[in-house]
Design a protein around this ligand. Structure first.
Ligand code: B1M
Length: 209
């Protein structure tokens, strides 16, 4: 089986321990980091579809996520270019009620490599924690909110609204995640939307310069 196919199969099967080695082998075979990342994201899509159709359950989704996270660790130095400029600090987190963090972690990594300091509040972040972090952190220029569930889209809205009502200023808000559309992002008052991690880094730079 070609390396990339083998890698995809192992991510889908949740063989987390095998994934880093296979990512390295795929790199050694001449595949670039972006294509390997894309392949693993496709695998997560397959796992999600299997979950929807009742073929796999939460534990399998979790193992696939673990595998992907380990694979991303190997790719990290290649994906995140690094920047010497400082564009200020970005506060990032997945909104309350939502435990998905792979996409958020990729966004954090790309935003960091675009030249921001990143404060990652993790997953299931209550509104008050975002506001506290914004108040307590020096030079916040960007707040990035991730949401992966249709059921947590209202939490995205509530978080943006509460941050805006908190009286804190000097930063822009970017939102994203699979169910989020540009229209939804605009309707909740955020300053920007990006469909993926690379796009988020580009938008982030545009927003603060
Ligand atoms: Co969940 N899950 N999950 N899950 N899960 C999805 C999202 C789902 C689509 C699967 C499905 O049914 N097909 C579905 C959501 C349906 C919906 O709401 N429309 C779903 C569900 C239903 C659930 C539960 C409710 C299941 C249940 O309990 N019955 C439950 C909810 C728990 C909770 O959060 N409260 C649940 C739980 C879990 C696990 C914990 C088991 C695990 C997450 C583990 C983890 O993250 N550490 C999990 C997983 C792994 C998935 C799938 C399979 C993979 C998610 C992923 O990591 N994708 C997912 C199916 C899928 O994605 N197709 C699914 C890869 C990742 C790189 O993509 O996160 O989309 P993504 O990030 C992208 C973009 O969205 C974007 O950039 C990234 C790409 O570069 N992006 C941003 C993300 N954030 C951004 C922010 C930005 C800009 C872009 O600006 C700030």
């Amino acid at each position: 089986m070609p390396k990339m196919e083998e890698l995809k199969a192992m991510v889908e099967a949740g063989k987390a321990k095998l994934v880093p080695g296979l990512v390295q082998e795929a790199l050694d075979a001449g595949n670039d980091a972006q294509s390997i990342l894309k392949a693993m994201i496709e695998s997560m899509g397959v796992v999600g579809d299997k979950f929807s159709s009742g073929e796999v359950f939460i534990p399998e989704m979790l193992m696939a996520a673990k595998g992907m996270a380990k694979g991303v660790e190997v790719l990290k130095p290649l994906l995140a270019g690094g920047s010497s400029t400082s564009l200020g600090t970005c506060i990032i987190g997945t909104v309350e009620g939502d435990l998905h963090d792979i996409g958020k972690n990729l966004v954090a990594m790309m935003i960091e490599s675009a030249g921001f300091e990143v404060v990652d509040l993790g997953v299931d972040v209550p509104i008050a924690k975002f506001i506290e972090a914004i108040k307590e952190t020096q030079n916040v220029t960007l707040v990035a909110l991730s949401g992966l569930l249709t059921t947590t889209m209202p939490a995205l809205k509530a978080t943006v609204e509460a941050i805006k009502a908190s009286g804190t200023t000097g930063f822009k808000i970017i939102v994203g995640g699979a169910p989020v559309t540009p229209e939804f992002a605009a309707s909740i008052g955020s300053d920007a939307y990006a469909p993926d991690a690379g796009g988020a880094a580009v938008k982030a730079k545009e927003l603060v310069s």
